[in-house]
Design a protein around this ligand. Structure first.
Ligand code: NDP
Length: 613
């Protein structure tokens, strides 16, 4: 730090009780020892036996069989998670009914179908997260819903829109191919269905593929192992509320300490004979403070309240609102104090220069993270363990987590934290257990809480190819980065849409984001029909213009922030700023700005950037 920077810091914050430069140095050192040159490819070796984690469905009859379908449809939606569900709902709303939703799982739900681990909960407020509360009249039980309530609500939405008889479950799509002569997509499945559709909406979700680290020996383990997204209650006993009584005589290892582990570790600690928690990077764990819904408040909400609340939540998170904070929770507290996008705050902060805004945000971040680290000390009695549980990075380098039981679990005599940061992860897996820091931990069970492939290449995450006009593969088209208009459609792929997180605004409140995209896509399909046309396709120029918009909005500020971060999927395992393709960024100004842009596009009425024929 230069002398003038030091002076400025002192003038702005004369009473600081910590040394910002020392914290910066600590964060950098922690980041550097975690950076792996193999980045995302550290997860590529996880095939072999364990690839079954991604394919097995423990919740359905494995012997299920049926005759192939022969269908001619208006629309095929691929995926029945919240994005596919909302696509179906919004098509129905527009009177488009000749469609099917194809899904490999045995029911609707996506993430909430697969993730049934004990303690699974949504950390986004239920009043914002659960869609269509206004319409269905459903009152969430608590401020933060647990997985079973969310799964139930998924079924409620499917019933409300009468989507059940439009679903084709336990069916994997194997290829999607455009037939120019017919003006139709052929959708091939592993059940040999013969399905042609005018439109395809791909809604396969951002976290559909469980991720396994390429740890040497991962396939050698002789005990029981499973991924948290395929929890084996047959082995552990119990259900999402706990009661894992079959673990009473078991030594259990859990690898990973992200948002999932934070929720299930307390249950494992309570029931396992011995629990080893292998931690590479600690999560930031703030208070949860869940509470039952105040029925008086809920009953008095006016129609349209949910949309208003979602807009307010997105605005506060994007640093675009400093007035009312309707949600007022851990997420909005962080955003309000730190300013997730300091650049958006420019106008509210008057004459301050960008450097000062950045500095203020950084100091607020240090203060918040100091609180998080102090919270660790308050909950964990062993000082050495507490020290290892402290996160040393800026708040939004990794997904913040919220839990009231996780930290105290390490006070149990049967629970051991194994810090593997020094070796950049678990070293090896043997027939008997897990090797870390040169020591073998013999266990009966290994649970992989290692997350999902969120930033690996699109074709790895989706098991089928999409072949557009002139035999072009979608993944070939996207080889050097996503190429879309608004993240929703691509040139060379007529009548094809995707709902997700590619080149559009990202929001932690994913259901809101997906619903807005579903509304937009169903609008376009409806317009094609109303205008008596057959085909709609993004022009090459419009696609190129959107790519340039994404890159320019990604901006140096966000890149510089992510570059300083400890590796994770937020900065593509530490590659952002070190050659990562900024074309793969989201739309930086955030959800509300993106939605306003889409709305203006619809109101303009000429489907700008799309060719109709
Ligand atoms: P994450 O990707 O967040 O965490 C994976 C964990 O595995 C990290 O702690 C990672 O360490 C660790 N890991 C990976 N490889 C190794 C290795 N070789 N050795 C040791 N440790 C390793 O996955 P989660 O399932 O926890 O969460 C995924 C996402 O799902 C969340 O970020 C969130 O978006 C969503 N989620 C949302 C919830 C909600 O409440 N809405 C709840 C749960 C999940 P490192 O950090 O060092 O890479």
């Amino acid at each position: 730090m230069t002398v003038s920077e030091r002076e400025r810091l002192h003038n702005l914050f004369p009473d600081l009780d910590f040394d910002p430069e020392a914290l910066r140095a600590k964060y950098r050192a922690e980041r550097d020892r975690r950076i792996r040159t193999d980045a995302d490819s550290q997860y590529f070796e996880s095939t072999g036996e364990l690839a079954k984690f991604a394919e097995d469905d423990p919740y359905t009859d494995p012997d299920f069989d049926r005759e192939p379908f022969d269908l001619s449809l208006d629309v095929v939606v691929i995926g029945a998670g919240f994005s596919g569900l909302m696509a179906g709902a919004r098509l129905k709303e527009r009177g488009i009914t000749n469609f099917r939703i194809i899904e490999s799982a045995g029911n609707f739900g996506g993430t909430w179908y697969w993730n049934r681990y004990p303690g699974a909960q949504c950390d986004i407020e239920s009043y914002c997260y659960l869609p269509l509360l206004d319409e269905t009249g459903y009152v969430p039980k608590e401020k933060y819903s647990f997985a079973p309530e969310i799964y139930e609500h998924v079924q409620r939405v499917a019933d409300y829109f009468d989507l059940n008889d439009r679903a084709i479950f336990q069916t994997r799509v194997t290829q999607v191919k455009w037939h120019e002569d017919r003006g139709r997509w052929q959708v091939c499945t592993h059940r040999d269905d013969r399905i042609f559709a005018q439109f395809v909406i791909q809604a396969t979700g951002p976290a559909n593929r469980p991720k396994l680290p390429g740890i040497p020996g991962i396939n050698d383990f002789r005990g029981t192992s499973f991924h948290t997204a395929r929890w084996n209650y047959g082995y552990t006993g119990g259900d999402h509320t706990g009661g894992l009584t079959k673990l009473a005589d078991k030594r259990v290892a859990i690898i990973g300490t992200g948002a999932t582990a934070i929720q299930c570790v307390p249950f494992l600690g309570e029931h396992a004979k011995t629990l080893y928690v292998f931690q590479r990077t600690p999560s930031s764990v703030d208070a949860r403070g869940n509470k039952p819904t105040d029925m008086d408040w809920f009953k008095n909400l006016k129609p349209g309240w949910q949309r208003e609340r979602r807009l307010n939540f997105a605005a506060v998170l994007a640093g675009q609102s400093f007035g009312e904070d309707l949600v007022s929770d851990g997420w909005t507290d962080i955003a309000r104090r730190i300013g997730i996008s300091v650049f958006n705050r420019r106008s509210d902060l008057g004459d301050l220069d960008m450097q000062e805004i950045g500095l203020r945000a950084e100091i607020a971040d240090f203060e918040k993270m100091n609180e998080i680290r102090t919270r660790v000390e308050a909950h964990v009695s062993d000082p050495d363990t507490a020290e290892k549980l402290k996160p040393w990075y800026r708040q939004f380098c990794k997904r913040p987590t919220f839990n009231d039981e996780y930290l105290a679990t390490f006070n149990r005599a049967n629970v051991h934290l194994v810090d593997v940061a020094g070796t950049q992860g678990v070293e090896r897996i043997t027939e008997q257990g897990v090797v870390a820091n040169g020591q073998e931990y013999q266990v009966d069970c290994i649970i992989f809480s290692t997350g999902f492939e969120i930033t690996t290449s699109a074709d790895r995450r989706v098991d089928f190819d999409t072949i557009g006009r002139e035999g072009l593969s979608l993944y070939e088209h996207w080889r050097d980065g996503f190429r879309t208009l608004h993240g929703l459609a691509s040139h060379g792929f007529p009548n094809w849409f995707t709902i997700g997180i590619n080149q559009n605004a990202f929001s932690v409140n994913m259901t809101a984001m997906f619903d807005d995209q579903a509304m937009h896509v169903s609008y376009i399909i409806d317009e094609v029909k109303k205008r008596g046309k057959q085909v709609v396709e993004v022009t090459k120029d419009a696609e190129e213009a959107w790519i340039q918009e994404i890159i320019s909005q990604a901006g140096a500020g966000v890149t510089a922030f992510l570059e300083e971060c400890t590796p994770g999927y937020y900065n593509r395992e530490g590659t952002v700023g070190r050659g990562a393709n900024m074309q793969n960024s989201g739309y930086a100004p955030g959800l509300n700005v993106f939605n306003a842009l889409l709305q203006a596009w619809r109101e303009q009425g000429d489907l700008e950037g799309m060719e109709l024929r």
